[in-house]
Design a protein around this ligand. Structure first.
Ligand code: ZN
Length: 144
């Protein structure tokens, strides 16, 4: 099943000083959003993102310790270990407009963030560890 129907959209801002990934995770778990799409913009005071090294199958983290613009926050909500799980990537802009980004990790602290979370109805997308990539990927949902 690859067809999903939009059920509702939650729109709001996340608190100054909060941890972005933890705040999103708490929100989707509290609202029991099991299949969703996350969009957002805002700014961070400290950011921690990762790049997945395909050769060693490990995430390498990077930190940005001064204020950055969140130019784009985009990701999804699916199920891992029986619970709603947030997977988000983020694009960050520095004072010169240079862009950096990666896979969002805990430790990213917000200055401000406006988010839209779309909840969908349809078959749950359940994450399991994939041997080939080393990643926790959806076990269903292949489009070919
Ligand atoms: Zn990722």
């Amino acid at each position: 099943m690859i067809n999903y129907k939009l059920k509702r959209t939650i729109i709001g801002q996340l608190p100054n000083g909060s941890d972005l990934l933890e705040e999103l995770t708490q929100l989707v778990q509290k609202e029991n959003i099991r299949c969703g799409r996350i969009h957002g913009i805002g700014a961070t005071t400290h950011a921690v993102v990762a790049y997945y090294d395909q050769n060693i199958k490990k995430y390498n983290s990077m930190e940005f310790t001064s204020g950055m613009e969140i130019l784009n926050l985009h990701g999804n909500v699916s199920i891992r270990d029986g619970k709603p799980f947030v997977h988000v990537h983020i694009l960050l802009g520095d004072p010169q407009g240079k862009v950096f980004g990666g896979h969002l990790l805990s430790g990213t602290k917000l200055w401000a963030c406006e988010v839209f979370i779309d909840e969908f109805e349809g078959e749950e997308l359940v994450r399991e560890q994939d041997e080939k990539t080393g990643l926790f990927l959806w076990k269903t949902g292949y489009l070919s």
